[in-house]
Every structure is written in structure tokens, then in C-alpha cells.
Write a protein that binds this ligand. Structure first.
Ligand code: C5P
Length: 233
């Protein structure tokens, strides 16, 4: 099985445009990320449809609950057969360990990763919560906690990838959104990086949404990124 580095974010309100895009893609080119918006509309039937077409799925529902509930939610994701699932590291060690434990029942469990600090949160937002460290310090702290709780990796900005790679080891999986092509608009992402630069910083997987999904020719853009990063499809 190939291990494509690109994860296309299917950020659509409805199933139809998502399936229209997916009809033009091949599993060897990319994996697919289904987040809260699309999952809430389309539910697991869409996940099953995408998997039947041979795609591996990152179920990006960012579970954050008491340990038992979060672990059961991760178990439900594993039963669906997704490739990757995530929880909020702010749920704490017990919650992450319970999720890890639930995954240990499976011979081929999904990769279990954590969200550290949402990139939408600035220093003032953390201060509102009574957190007095900088976002970067908090990201590192939560990434180490995720690693120590047995998780496979974290979602992080490509700008944090080198630091996390240094502190969390070579096996820790780093999944980076905020990817933009050299000449493209940043949209609402403030800290962006090109695909090659992100991989150079130590990212394992690149989450890419609008640069592909909103392109006039999504397939052509995806193929050009695949070529840039030197993947053979
Ligand atoms: O369209 P764009 O490439 O900006 O999409 C990035 C995807 O990554 C979106 O699905 C967004 O929700 C997700 N994401 C992010 N920043 C994070 C975590 C997830 O942009 N810190």
C-alpha cells in the first residue's frame, strides 16, 4: 500500500460536491479528511462510500470528553475502519490514555493523534482560559503530553514541526494544515508554508483544503503538488 503524504480536506457542507471532487481523485494520490461540518451532514454513510472507493480516511472530529466517552468515540471510529482519528490534547492524560487503550484492541487501529492548541487561538485567548504560557510553549507541552500518553502524533502548524520533531522524536507523526502553493492566496490561514517547505520542517502528512478544492482544476493542482514533493503515483 502506498503512503501518500497529502490529505485533502473535504470541507463541504454537503455530500454531493465532496463526491464530485473525489470522483476525480485516486487513492494513490491522497487520503481524505472528513471534518465536523461534512460529518454532521453526511454521517458515516459517506465515510463508508469513500472507503469503498479505496480511500483512507482521517476522521477529524477532535473528540474532547471524559475518558470513557472519548475512548468509546475513538472505538466507534476504529469500527468504521478509518485510517486516522483525533482527540483534543486538552482532554488530558487520562482521556488520551483511555483512547490509546481502546485502540489497542484492534490489530490495525487508526492512527490516534491529538490537536494541541487550535491555530485560531492567540495569546489573549489562552489568557482568557487562565493559561499564561505562550501558544508555542503550550503546543510543545501538549505534544509531549500526547506522546507520553501513547498517542501516535499531533496536528500542528508546519512552523512548529521542526521543534516538535526535535522534542518528540522521529517516530512521532506530525500532520500539518496551513499549506499553500508559493503563489497562492493564504485565505484565512495566517501562518502558511509550501508543501516542500513543510516536509522539509519534518511534517509527515500535509492537510490541504482550498488550494485544491477551490481550484478551477483540482486534479491538475493536486498532481502538480505531488510532482513538487517528488511522490511517485
Ligand atoms: O483550506 P485549508 O487548506 O486552509 O484547510 C485546512 C484544513 O485543516 C481545514 O479542514 C481546517 O479545519 C484544518 N485545520 C487547520 N488548522 C488546524 C487544524 C485543522 O487549518 N490547526
Amino acid at each position: 500500500m502506498s503512503d501518500p503524504k497529502i490529505i485533502i480536506a473535504l470541507d463541504y457542507a454537503d455530500t454531493q460536491p465532496a463526491l464530485e471532487l473525489v470522483a476525480r481523485l485516486e487513492p494513490a494520490m491522497c487520503r481524505l479528511k472528513v471534518g465536523l461540518e461534512l460529518f454532521t451532514t453526511a454521517r458515516f454513510q459517506l465515510i463508508e462510500q469513500l472507503m469503498q472507493r479505496g480511500f483512507e480516511i482521517f476522521l477529524d472530529l477532535k473528540f474532547h470528553d471524559i475518558p470513557n466517552t472519548a475512548a468509546q468515540a475513538c472505538k466507534a471510529a476504529a469500527e468504521l475502519g478509518v485510517w486516522m482519528v483525533n482527540v483534543h490534547a486538552l482532554g488530558g492524560r487520562q482521556m488520551m490514555e483511555a483512547a490509546r487503550e481502546a485502540m489497542s484492541l484492534y490489530t490495525q487501529p487508526p492512527k490516534l493523534i491529538a490537536v494541541t492548541v487550535l491555530t485560531s487561538m492567540a495569546q489573549e485567548d489562552l489568557a482568557d482560559l487562565g493559561i499564561v504560557t505562550t501558544p508555542a510553549e503550550m503546543v510543545l507541552r501538549l505534544a509531549k503530553l500526547a506522546r507520553d500518553s501513547g498517542l501516535d502524533g499531533v496536528v500542528c502548524s508546519a512552523r512548529e514541526a521542526a521543534l516538535l520533531r526535535q522534542h518528540c522524536g522521529s517516530e512521532f507523526c506530525l500532520v500539518t494544515p496551513g499549506i499553500r502553493l508559493a503563489d497562492a492566496a493564504a485565505d484565512d490561514q495566517s501562518r502558511v508554508m509550501t508543501p516542500c517547505a513543510a516536509l522539509g520542517q519534518g511534517a509527515d502528512y500535509l492537510v490541504i483544503g482550498r488550494p485544491v478544492t477551490r481550484a478551477a482544476d483540482p486534479l491538475q493542482v493536486l498532481q502538480s503538488i505531488i510532482k513538487q514533493i517528488g511522490e511517485v503515483v
